[in-house]
Design a binder for this molecule. Structure first.
Ligand code: SF4
Length: 205
């Protein structure tokens, strides 16, 4: 399938793609994305309003680990994540006056911020063209035959080659949301799926 054709279908399936993590400030998005690792956006959206009503970036760096843990517990691996976000707050305040910079090298060197988290943040805050590969992206891009790999770096490169750069961020959200709500891991909704006769790995179960 040509990328143009696929983009047209995605525009019909997911006409308003967007980040599903709620945030009001740039650092809130960064911290929400860190919290979302091995969790769900839904769970993160339950804890972040509590966290950010209690702390801003300045008070978060001085907050006790125990208090942070108590709030973020539902997202899982909360001990590690509490340490990460406290240190991220400290670093942002020390180096960027509490703001998130458009600086991939700096962000990727923060503990808890991997390549994927960095892609999410740079795309969302600065409209940098990126392709963030999560579990949904791995599954959907393989099923659609856009890649033939489970390696996130290979998938990222395959998708970047396939789609025009000005579509990367939009398509990234579209594929992710399509995977989250329709092309699910278990029991994907294949009936009436526009990819049914094009899906390379059409679900047989
Ligand atoms: S046919 Fe099923 S497995 Fe294939 S893309 Fe559509 S929902 Fe996913």
């Amino acid at each position: 399938m040509k990328s143009k054709e696929l983009i047209k279908i995605l525009d019909e399936l997911v006409p308003n793609p967007h980040c599903e993590l709620n945030y009001n400030k740039d650092y809130e998005l960064l911290i929400a994305t860190v919290l979302s690792a091995q969790s769900t956006d839904k769970t993160v959206n339950l804890v972040t309003p509590v966290l950010f009503s209690k702390y801003d970036i300045y008070s978060l760096k001085d907050a006790s680990i125990e208090n942070i843990e108590r709030i973020i517990k539902p997202v899982g691996t909360y001990h590690k994540k509490a340490l990460f976000i406290k240190k991220i707050a400290q670093s942002l305040v020390d180096n960027y006056d509490g703001k998130v910079p458009n600086n991939r090298e700096y962000l990727e060197n923060l503990k808890g911020v991997g390549h994927k988290t960095c892609n999410v943040v740079l795309a969302e805050l600065f409209n940098e063209p990126t392709m963030a590969i999560d579990t949904h992206m791995i599954r959907v891009s393989n099923r659609l035959g856009l890649t033939n790999s489970g390696d996130v770096k290979v998938i990222e490169e395959d998708l970047k080659k396939y789609f025009p750069i000005d579509k990367w961020n939009r398509v990234n959200h579209q594929l992710l949301l399509f995977g989250r709500y329709r092309c699910k891991s278990i029991k994907p909704e294949c009936d009436n799926c526009p990819f049914n006769n094009k899906c390379k790995k059409t679900f047989k179960g």
